[in-house]
Design a protein. Structure first.
Length: 466
């Protein structure tokens, strides 16, 4: 039976009386404005009240005391680490990896699903509307890990990119992962291609996309990097990996390949506007220039970089050069809070510790842009999300700023970035509300908490048995 005209008519949600930070090209802001959602798109936005005479308005929200921003976009994460939080807390990156790889190598798809639920829930209730997961641990017999992760994101209603990772350089080849934790070159490429063909959606309003993502220079072969880049470009998807995270990585690349990480990546086809890399802490002027020239993106993970004592990324210099930069939570074994909205503040504060830029490193609006439009850029979705503009997808957050924590700060963007983590009154993804008053509407948070605790304990028992 064909739908009636009433059933098929556009449905609208009207949000009024709120401060709005659009994060558009001109950083347009409204001290008191409105936003109209029509199905899954932003239909109108501006100062004052919404236009009169709108049809099929199914809901009106009086957002007095709130700031509306684009939804936050996470550009680097490892969901599976949710069930190994709080371990190896006093290690640098290489020692931390050596300590945890034997445990990670024993995950299965049930653990992966539960960990993905925990990671996604913590981000979503804190304003993330687009998430990504760089999953690269695929032990033999672990089941459909990629499918389990995508299922968790779909159930939560979050827009999602799976960066299908891989490793083929194990301990016997001079890498860090245990021998039983890696795939073969052929197996990794075949499984990655299968994942792209099965799950990647290239449409404007796609909820699930897939990227090709060999793990890092010290856990994958040169051939996997080269063939991975060729695969991604043949399939028309993006590329992601870790790059220039620590001084140890730089030394590793120079000893093994005779060049630093950026030159090595360029030699394997891994610089380009379809590439983004996590961390990029140890970049010299030449490296930054290469990223700017090729429009290679960066996922800046300030809390994880501090947790692992990796250093302070040169974000102000990257932005000045024109490098696309977004924010990342990174895996929750190196950022136990798992929240992206706290990264707005940490990105600003940590970059101000750089003795070159100090207080001029970043300001509040630059930090917000990193967490929204910058993230959309590095995920290749800047025409669809990342700013509040007519015709873009309705991914947005209402931050409550009239409570004790923020009410005495006059500027709402300053309140959001410099202040305590602001409560999320409502979060919309694709025009559908997924959070109300800091609680998820799509899943049972308490059930997820129990499941993640149980799976963490099960993984610990299996790892202890060797």
């Amino acid at each position: 039976m064909a739908p009636s005209a009433a059933q098929s008519a556009t449905q609208r949600i009207v949000i009024e009386n709120c401060a709005i930070a659009t994060v558009d090209a001109n950083d347009t802001e409204y001290a008191s404005g409105h936003l109209v959602i029509a199905d899954n798109r932003i239909e109108s936005i501006g100062a004052g009240k919404a236009p009169e005479g709108l049809e099929n308005v199914v809901r009106r929200i009086d957002a007095t005391g709130h700031l509306v921003t684009p939804g936050l976009i996470n550009t680097h994460h490892h969901f599976y680490q949710w069930i190994t939080r709080g371990l190896a807390t006093d290690h640098n990156l290489f020692n931390w990896l050596v300590a945890l790889y034997p445990t990670w190598a024993r995950i299965d798809d049930q653990m992966g699903y539960s960990a993905a639920q925990g990671s996604l829930a913590m981000m979503a209730r804190g304003g993330v509307t687009t998430a990504m997961d760089h999953h690269y641990v695929y032990p033999k017999g672990s089941g459909d890990l990629s499918g389990a992760i995508i299922k968790a994101a779909s159930e939560m209603g979050v827009r999602f990119t799976l960066a299908r990772g891989s490793m083929d350089r194990s301990e016997k080849d001079g890498g860090l992962p245990p021998d039983f934790a890696v795939e073969t070159l052929e197996g990794a490429l075949a499984a990655t291609e299968e994942t792209v063909k099965k799950h990647h959606d290239a449409s404007f309003d796609a909820m699930t996309q897939v990227a090709v993502a060999p793990c890092s220079p010290f856990s994958v072969s040169t051939e996997l990097l080269k063939q991975g880049a060729e695969l991604a470009r043949r399939l028309g998807v993006r590329l992601h990996t870790h790059g220039s995270e620590t001084v140890e990585e730089e030394q590793f690349c120079k000893e093994l390949f005779g060049m630093g990480p950026t030159d090595y990546f360029e030699s394997t086809g891994w610089l380009g506007e379809d590439v983004w890399m996590a961390h990029c802490v140890h970049m010299n002027d030449s490296d930054i220039a290469a990223f700017a020239r090729t429009k290679t993106g960066v996922a800046h993970c300030p809390s994880s970089n501090a947790r692992l004592a990796a250093g302070i990324a040169r974000v102000p210099d990257m932005l000045k050069a024109g490098v696309p930069v977004g924010l990342g939570v990174d895996g929750t074994a190196s950022n136990e809070s798992g929240e992206l909205h706290t990264e707005l503040r940490n990105a600003l504060l940590i970059n101000r510790l750089n003795p070159v830029h100090r207080e001029a490193a970043l300001n509040a609006r630059q930090a917000l842009r990193l967490g929204t439009y910058g993230g959309a850029q590095v995920l290749g979705r800047a025409s669809q999300i990342g700013s509040l503009e007519e015709g873009k997808l309705a991914d947005l957050v209402l931050w409550k700023l009239d409570t004790l924590a923020h009410a005495s700060i006059a500027d709402p963007v300053t309140a959001l970035v410099f202040g305590a983590a602001a409560p999320v009154t409502a979060s919309f993804v694709n025009g559908k509300q997924i959070v109300e008053n800091n609680r998820l509407l799509t899943v049972d948070e308490d059930a997820i908490a129990r499941s993640t605790r149980d799976e963490a304990q099960r993984l610990a028992r299996i790892a202890a048995q060797g």
